[in-house]
Write a new protein. Structure first.
Ligand code: FMN
Length: 190
């Protein structure tokens, strides 16, 4: 059984992108393909980054738990809103606090906005950061415009059939990355 974590990045009280995180959680649970872990940054309520986990003397149990879940995950889905053309500080906070845990980690990015563009600028910003930290972002996109019209509070999409089809194609690429051998080949020409 594979381990997949979903990071729900918005910590706003009235957040809407969490609906999409709930959708993916339900979708994966229905497939029986993976153990699914919801990493809800609103629940974790992490303090503002001031040091990487490796350099913290007394890391919180919360942070150790988060780091361990990232480490054991075969793949990660990040559901992020777009804020001012980027991704939220809550997400940067948890990316920067870890390092080795992200290395070669297959990551699928879901972007969400209330407007018509589906968070396309947040996608670019987040991909760059994840590339710098040597995570492995899949090339497929799953962008959700007009989120309030498309998903209800329980994460049920307005058009389930079409959404499930898109999710299948999107997750298929994540699964491929999860099966791939991400360690550098021993036969590489140096
Ligand atoms: C501080 C802030 C900045 C935002 N900037 C953008 C933006 O640049 N582009 C966009 O399409 N939506 C923007 N939005 C709207 C979000 O897309 C909207 O809140 C959506 O529901 C996803 O965020 P949420 O999960 O926090 O609700 C912004 C919202 C906030 C709170």
């Amino acid at each position: 059984m594979k381990e997949i974590s979903i990071i729900s990045a918005s910590i706003r009280p009235d957040r809407k992108s969490h609906r999409v995180a709930l959708y993916f959680e339900k979708y994966l649970e229905a497939t029986n393909f993976s153990n699914t872990h919801m990493l809800d940054l609103q629940e974790f309520n992490f303090p503002l980054f001031d040091n990487t986990l490796a350099d913290q003397k007394n890391p919180s149990a919360n942070l150790l738990d988060f780091a361990e879940t990232i480490k054991l995950s075969d793949g990660i889905i990040i559901v992020t809103p777009e804020y001012n053309g980027g991704y939220p500080a809550s997400l940067k906070n948890v990316i920067d606090v870890l390092y080795q845990e992200w290395r070669h980690k297959p990551i699928a990015i879901v972007t969400v906005s209330s407007g018509p563009f589906g968070g396309s600028q947040a996608l670019v910003a987040l991909q760059f950061t994840l590339w710098k930290i040597m995570a492995w972002t899949i090339p497929a996109m799953f962008s959700v415009p007009n989120v309030s019209e498309q998903y209800d509070e329980q994460g049920i999409p307005a058009d389930k059939q079409a959404t499930d089809k898109l999710a299948y194609e999107f997750l298929d690429q994540l699964m491929w990355s999860m099966e791939a051998d991400m360690e550098p080949t021993k036969n590489a020409v140096m």
